[in-house]
Every structure is written in C-alpha cells, then in structure tokens.
Design a protein around this ligand. Structure first.
Ligand code: ADP
Length: 502
C-alpha cells in the first residue's frame, strides 16, 4: 500500500487483521479440514478500488466437488449431525453469531477490501444483517414442526407430518453482499439440519473463508458445512449437476439461474433461485416528496447499484417529476466516490472491469437510442472500477436500460399523469422481472391496492429494508421460492406424511 493509502485507512478498525487474513494461504474446507484442491490450482482476486491483487485462493474443480458432496452426505448419515437435537443446533448457531459479532470490524474491513463497498456500509449494514439472520434462523431450529391431520376416510387414524431436512445442499452466492448472502443461505439450512457446500463468488471469497474458520472454531460436526472457493462454470456447474446433491440454492443473475435449473433437472434437485430485478419506485401525488427523493436515491445508489432489488425505474406523478428528479440528481452529484476504505466514501467502485464496462455500455446504449443524460454518465478517470451515479430521462419501455438489469447506479426516471391505479401498476409491471416494488404515498387505500396489483415478491411502502423474518424472492424471472421467514427455512425441509390406522 502507498503512504497516502496508509494514511487514509489508518483509522479503519482491524484493517491490519483483515489484510493479514487476505494475505494468508487459503485452502478448501471439506469434512472439517483445510485441504489443498486435488488439481492443486489457485486463482487471484483483486481489490476493485485499485485493480491490484488482493488474495490467492484455492480453485476447486469437479474432483473437489465430489469430495465435498461426499463429506456432506457422510455428515447427513452420521448421528453426530443428523441426530443432534434442535436446541444443540441452535446453540452452535448462536455461538457462530456471537463469534461473528466479536470479529465484526475485521469482517467489515475484509468485505470492503474484497467487494469495494464502503467499510461503514459493511460494518453497519451487511454484518449486523448477517448476524441477525443467523440468530433469527437459530430460533427456528426448535420450532420446525409438522402437524397432526384429521382424515375423513373410513377407520380411525392418527395422521401427522414430519419436517425432515432436505439433505445435501449446494449454496451458490454472488459478490454484491458476500457475507450477508452467505448467511441468508447457510443459516436456514443449518437450522433445518441440512449439510452444506457453500460456494462464494470467485470475485469475493474472503468473508466466506473467514466465516468457515469461525464455523470450525465453534464446533459444528465435520461435513455439516463445507466451503469450496472456485469459479461458476467449473465448481458451480459441477455442484448443480451433481447427482448426490438434493437441493441447490442460488442468488445471482437470471441467466445463470436458467443454467442452474437445467443442471438441477438430472436428479430433480429442489431449487431456490433469487435472481435479477428491475424494481419500480412509484411516487404518488400525495407522497412526502422529501422522503421519496431521499429514498429513491438510496435505493439505486446504495452498494453502487449492485443490489438485485435496486430501485432502477422511477415513476413519478407529473406534479412532482421535476422536483424529484432534480432532488435525486442533487444527491447523485454530491455522493463522494472512492475506495471503501476511505472514511468519507459514500459509494465505492463496482466489482470489476467487466462490470464497469457493462454499466458504461448500458448508459451509452440508452443515450444512443434517445435517452437524455440528466446526471452522471461521465467516465471517471482513476485507478479501480468506478462509475458515476447516473440518471436517464426520456427513455421508453423498449430500451435495454428500461428492460434489463444493469446492476449499477443507473436510474431511469419517468413521469405519469392522473392515471388509474391499474395503469400505474401496469407500467410498473412491464418487466420480465418481479422482485421488488417501492411505493411512496400517504394514501392508505392507494398503498394497499397498489401492493395487490404489483407483480413483485416484496412491496415496500414509504421505506423499509430487509429483515430475516420477511420472505424475500421474486415473481416471474426474478426467481423461484422465497428466502427468509418461515417459508425460507421450510424450503430446506421435505414434508413426510405419516398415516397410522389405529
Ligand atoms: P453476477 O452476474 O452477479 O456475477 P453470476 O450469476 O454470474 O452473478 O454469479 C453468481 C454466482 O454464481 C457466483 O458464485 C458464480 O461463481 C456462480 N456461477 C456462475 N456461473 C455458474 C454456473 N454455470 N453454474 C453454477 N454457478 C455459477
């Protein structure tokens, strides 16, 4: 690191620990041991704020997938994990959450180094959310029950259902919120008593690796949790096609989700997919405009727009359109862009050169097809992968910027007139995606009526964020199934019906 960089980052707590962890040798975690990949390959990751090398990580390939799946299957067959009492599973998970909390600053610094996000966001959002997700699901371990059922056929029956763990689960997560995504996957699976193979994104393996060390320390039985670092088209593809994997859960692009569905068909794996989004933000005539401006900016610029649920299409009633777009633009222009480790940074880089070029490509294609650049769009000439917060107006529904998920800080703003709610909903629903929708209004009836009409897995009115208790997932091409809440943990179980003639 240069002297200036040292000065900027001197105040980041536990950065030294995070850098030391990043710099060590990283192996695969299989059956309770740290092992070299069988084909002995590794790959380098980079810090997206500098484009420089950050860590060298083991590269799992198909033979490692076979080993990890065998280890998970062995854990499902061994009494230590499969017969562990629910309260004991919960206790291990509470210990894991405590261990994460005890190391929260190191994890936040590691996430910022790896992903580029402002360390403050990691420390005060990603980490608390991951910890809370583990605790929330730990609580479910002791409350996952079947039910007794009254049968109507002749005879006397005692009929009931059992909820059994689905078995060996492959969990593939993306790079935008690496630890929070990993927690959302592993916590319900462990609470339900499944055995896991987690594969973090190749861009951001570090917090998952550090988490695996904590899982080892708190004492989960061998094979209940396995970690494979590696690439999607090799390790990921081998996991999703593996005949001894019972379920695959994935968060990432719709394109890869489609590949996973096909790969999972071989042995009819259970599949949960949390995919892309093109979330509409609707500002109604009676909205609190100041709050709507702030909320609209937050929902597209947080995490440099690399959020599946980012509010990327802004529909504003014509009476507020100029004020709202000007307000969001003012915020866009004031955002301090820089390294996540610089304490005043509000927006970090995007994850990679490819992603930066992709975002720029979308903005250019929008402008070429007639959109107007209201704010941003300029290329930032600095090391690392930075893009500026951008607002496009004069778009139409056929443009790629309106239809496709950009996964960057690019907002399309549109106005609407005194339309019926059906028309407002139809405009918002004009997308292949259906992950989220955000409404700003003080009209109670309009809020609830619109919520019913919107084709989205989560509808938020006047703000609100993620919560491990609130089901999350998508309609249409935004995915299959739900994470979080009761549904999220039940998705890691099979229902068995038992009928006993008395
Ligand atoms: P993004 O477009 O956000 O990079 P991806 O959907 O490409 O997201 O990747 C998210 C995760 O999916 C990563 O862990 C990546 O390695 C994995 N992945 C990519 N391609 C495949 C594939 N063909 N099979 C399984 N996993 C994959």
């Amino acid at each position: 690191m240069t002297k200036t960089a040292m000065k900027e980052t001197a105040a980041i707590p536990s950065l030294d620990k995070a850098l030391a962890f990043a710099g060590r040798a990283h192996k695969l975690f299989i059956s309770g041991h740290w092992v070299e990949p069988l084909e002995e390959e590794s790959f380098s990751t980079e810090n997206p704020a500098t484009g420089k090398s950050l860590a060298v990580v083991a590269k799992a390939t198909a033979p490692d997938v076979d080993r990890a799946v065998a280890a998970a299957r062995a854990a499902m067959n061994a009494s230590e994990w499969s017969e562990m009492k629910p309260a004991a599973r919960a206790k291990l998970m509470f210990r894991l959450a405590d261990a994460l909390e005890a190391n929260i600053d190191e994890f936040a610094a590691l996430e910022s180094l790896d992903n580029g996000k402002p360390v403050r966001d990691a420390r005060y959002f990603d980490l608390p959310h991951a910890i809370e997700t583990i605790r929330y699901n730990a609580g479910w371990a002791t409350k996952l029950n079947g039910e007794s059922i009254a049968l109507s056929g002749p005879g006397t029956w005692h009929a009931y259902t059992l909820r059994e763990p689905v078995g060996v689960v492959a969990q593939i997560v993306p790079w935008n919120a690496p630890l929070a995504m990993a927690a959302a996957k592993i916590a319900p699976a462990l609470a339900a008593g499944c055995a896991i193979i987690l594969k973090p994104a190749e861009e951001t393996p570090l917090t998952a690796l550090r988490l695996a060390h904590l899982i080892e320390e708190v004492g989960f039985p061998a094979g209940a949790f396995n970690l494979l670092t590696g690439f999607g088209d090799t390790a990921g593809a081998a996991l999703t096609a593996h005949p001894d994997v019972d379920k695959v859960t994935f968060t990432g692009s719709t394109e890869v989700g489609r590949l996973i569905l096909k790969a999972a068909a071989g042995n009819f794996k259970r599949v949960t997919l949390e995919l892309g989004g093109k979330t509409p933000v609707i500002v109604m005539p009676d909205a609190n405009v100041a709050q709507a401006i702030e909320g609209a900016a937050r929902s597209i610029f947080t995490n440099t727009g690399q959020v599946c649920n980012a509010g990327s299409r802004l529909f504003v009633h014509q009476s507020h359109f100029d004020e709202v777009v000007e307000g969001v633009s003012k915020i866009a222009k004031s955002i301090k862009i820089g390294s996540g480790l610089d304490s005043d940074t509000q927006m970090g880089p995007v994850i990679s050169r490819i992603q930066r070029d992709r975002v720029r490509g979308y903005v250019n294609s929008g402008v070429q097809s007639g959109a107007m650049l209201y704010a941003g769009g300029e290329e930032l000439d600095r090391e690392g992968y930075f893009v500026s917060p951008t607002i496009l107006t004069n778009t139409d529904a056929s443009m790629a910027v309106r239809r496709e998920e950009i996964f960057g800080p690019v907002l399309c703003a549109m106005s609407f007139g005194d339309d019926e709610l059906d028309q407002i909903a139809a405009n918002a629903n004009a997308s292949d995606y259906g992950l989220g929708a955000i409404i700003w209004t003080n009209n109670l009836s309009a809020a609830h009526l619109l919520a019913r009409k919107l084709k989205a897995g989560t509808v938020r009115v006047n703000g609100g964020g993620l919560d491990p208790a609130l089901p999350f997932g998508g309609f249409k091409q935004s995915g299959w199934g739900r994470e979080n809440g009761r549904e999220g943990i039940e998705a890691y179980t099979e229902t068995k019906a038992v009928a006993v003639a008395l």
